[in-house]
Design a protein around this ligand. Structure first.
Ligand code: COA
Ligand code: AMP
Length: 638
């Protein structure tokens, strides 16, 4: 769709004509120790590498250069924590100094350039400091979300093989304190790889027991380093060196270690702040997510700081901390210009405050735009937000793998008309097409797999951690010459993308990405479970939630309800509360095709109250009636 006031079409065409020229120009926003030999080297890596030969440091670009160039006293970070009733802020200079000190502490613990560091922390300033301290000394961080249980953390420790783990004694969820240390100790017990050091921040709400030799007290180590005047400098690394690994759900229980580089990541993120989000340096940007997710990496930590903004770190929920006005309070108190969150947060607010009455109680005069991503933005939620907030609401679509929006509405280039249900248009760098199963581009409006023609733009994953083959198999093999997003949808005649569903077994639960295959693997471990299936069913607040179906082993004559409770607990203990796995239904048999494939898609359609067709290949149609009855009994059906 052309819009006279937007430069989008012109800028996208400019990128298409000369991608290397476009990214070289964007790279001027970054300070480099050594310029690149090639903007893009098509022969390096799995599909080429960006800014090959260049040297840089991400923490320098996020902090030091702003301190040197006039932002020393500007707030870099505002921490707002209704769950602890605390607010703190750090200027660029203060944050730079804290990060330099923590970097030195890590070096003193033996962490070297290229070493991995696992960060298992709640939403506190030290989590951001930990990420930036790793970046400063060239260590590769891997943040693990606090809602994951010990075995999930152990899997990540075994894959990343960290030299050190940085953690805090607890996270605080409304109404309960989650002790992190026992989870961390259990994870290290479970893992084959043993990190040699743990740096533990003691929070007032819970005291972590320390293990002599391995565990170090964060506050004492920092105080000691400060006394000794220890500060780490920024270590120059290659632009193509990894900045971080972030594990995300794939089709199996083995999470995928998405690798992010330094140079391309900075260039793409810095470009988005003005051009996509329409934010100027010095303004306040708030991503209400968690540092454990990619949104937290890109838009709580790195992008706002690269751009010289103030970033908000919020330790709370959209509702219940204390009420449905929490977001508006934060926006008004800190002068937030743009908020980025997941639609589920708005569904939660809308449920508590359907008429948006809390909104009017706050001064939102600085607030210009709301950006939604992480899951499909249902038009109802979008319209509610538009009507009540009286600012434009923009859906945008991206993935852990890309690190920045594939599609969005480029506010800084001049906003395009909003189409409800669409995540808008591809950003420069993304040659997006809908493909049929044979890999042929479809016509506008036809639904297929959304795929990006290679090469991927800067910031997208160059590979999976120590798993080039896994990267090629997962993303490049299905459609030669393309990266598959594993999202299905269509592109309309105006170039707007409509992202409808995953093509694999990934589901989106309250904006959190989970794999039903992974949950099935855990359910199947229960001794009484013979067969099982897990499907994502529609949920009014979380978008989707997983629901499990189990067939008990022959001869088991315990109460099914008891086994169902044990299965729920098992998933919570192995994957974590984040799975939101609460519904298990015992059935006599599972519906299958004649070749033995479980008909998960049909089960989901029945649960969601969608129109469904009897699959021609079904083994025994009567099973679907049995399943429907069980779902009705559990109140699962819409
Ligand atoms: N550490 C430990 N446990 C956590 C956690 C963390 N960091 N985050 C969530 N959990 C727990 C929750 O307490 C909950 O536990 P419970 O089963 O005992 O109730 C469980 O994990 C499920 O969490 P969640 O799905 O987030 O549900 P919720 O009811 O706590 O909150 C929302 C629902 C919608 C308010 C919340 O998910 C939200 O704010 N989402 C939007 C923002 C966002 O995080 N987006 C992510 C990517 S942009
Ligand atoms: P994550 O890697 O956790 O960010 O999850 C990425 C996945 O979330 C995508 O592949 C989509 O399935 C889904 N997703 C993210 N944003 C959107 C959006 N705006 N519309 C539809 N789906 C989305």
């Amino acid at each position: 769709m052309s819009s006279k006031s937007s430069r989008y079409a012109e800028v996208y065409a400019q990128w298409k004509r000369d991608p290397e020229g476009f990214w070289a120009e964007a790279a001027r926003a970054i300070d480099w120790y050594k310029p690149w030999d090639k903007v893009f080297d098509p022969y390096a890596g799995q599909y080429g590498r960006w800014f090959a030969g260049a040297e840089c440091n991400t923490a320098f670009n996020c902090l030091d250069r702003h301190v040197e160039r006039g932002r020393a006293r500007q707030k870099a970070l505002v921490y707002d924590s209704p769950v602890t009733d605390t607010q703190r802020s750090f200027t660029y200079q203060e944050l730079r100094d804290e990060v330099a000190t923590l970097g030195a502490v890590l070096q003193d613990l033996g962490v070297k350039k290229g070493d991995r560091v696992v960060i298992y922390m709640p939403m506190i300033p030290e989590a951001l400091m930990a990420m930036l301290a790793c970046a400063r000394i060239g260590a590769i961080h891997s943040v693990v979300f606090g809602g994951f249980a010990a075995p999930e953390l152990a899997t990540r420790i075994d894959d990343a093989k960290p030299a050190a783990v940085l953690s805090a004694s607890c996270g605080i969820e409304p109404g309960r304190v989650i002790q992190y240390k026992p989870l961390l100790d259990a994870a290290i017990d479970l893992s084959r790889h043993k990190p040699s050091a743990v740096l533990m921040l003691q929070r007032a709400r819970a005291e972590a027991e320390m293990q002599a030799g391995r565990d170090h007290d964060w506050a004492l180590a920092i105080a000691d380093a400060k006394r000794r005047g220890r500060k780490a400098g920024c270590i120059a690394g290659r632009a193509t060196d990894p900045l971080y690994i972030l594990y995300t759900s794939g089709t199996t229980g083995q999470p995928k270690g998405v690798v992010r580089d330094n140079g391309g990541h900075m260039v793409a993120l810095a470009w988005t702040m003005k051009n996509h989000y329409g934010i100027d340096p010095g303004e306040v940007f708030w991503a209400a997510s968690d540092v454990g997710w990619v949104v937290g990496h890109s838009y709580i930590c790195y992008a706002p700081l690269l751009h010289g903004c103030t970033t908000v770190l919020y330790e709370g929920k959209p509702v219940g901390t204390p009420d449905a006005g929490a977001f508006w309070r934060v926006i008004s108190e800190h002068g937030v210009a743009a908020l980025f969150t997941a639609p589920t947060a708005f569904r939660a607010i809308k449920k508590e405050d359907p008429r948006g009455e809390y909104i009017g109680r706050y001064n939102l005069s600085h607030f210009r735009a709301l950006f939604l991503a992480g899951e499909r933005a249902d038009p109802e939620t979008l319209k509610w937000a538009e009507a009540n907030l009286k600012v434009p609401v923009y859906d945008h679509w991206w993935q852990t793998e890309t690190g920045w929006p594939v599609c969005g509405n480029p506010v800084g280039l001049g906003a395009l008309p909003v189409k409800h249900g669409s995540a808008a248009v591809p950003m420069p760098g993304y040659n997006l097409e809908a493909l049929n199963d044979a890999g042929q581009p479809l016509r506008p409006g036809e639904t297929g797999t959304l795929a990006i023609r290679l090469p991927l733009p800067p910031s997208c994953l160059p590979t999976l951690w120590e798993n080039d083959k896994g990267f090629r198999d997962s993303y490049l093999a299905e459609f030669p010459g393309y990266y598959t997003t594993k999202d299905a949808g269509h592109i309309d005649e105006d170039g707007y993308a409509f992202v409808m569903a995953r093509t694999d077994d990934v589901i989106n639960v309250a904006g959190h990405r989970l794999s039903t295959g992974q949950i099935e693997e855990v359910v199947a471990r229960h001794k009484d479970v013979g067969e099982c299936a897990v499907v994502g069913v529609a949920d009014a607040m979380k978008g989707q939630v997983p629901a499990g179906f189990i067939v008990l082993n022959a001869g088991v004559n315990r109460e099914p309800a008891e086994i169902e409770r044990e299965v729920v607990k098992l998933v919570r203990d192995v994957i974590g509360p984040v799975a939101s796995f609460r519904t298990v239904m015992t059935v006599k048999r599972l519906p299958k095709t004649r070749s033995g494939k479980i008909l998960r898609g049909t089960m989901r359609q029945i649960a969601d109250g969608e129109l469904w067709k009897m699959p021609a290949t079904i083994d025994d149609p009567a099973i679907l009636d049995e399943i429907t009855e069980v779902m009705q009994g559990h109140g699962v059906m819409r």
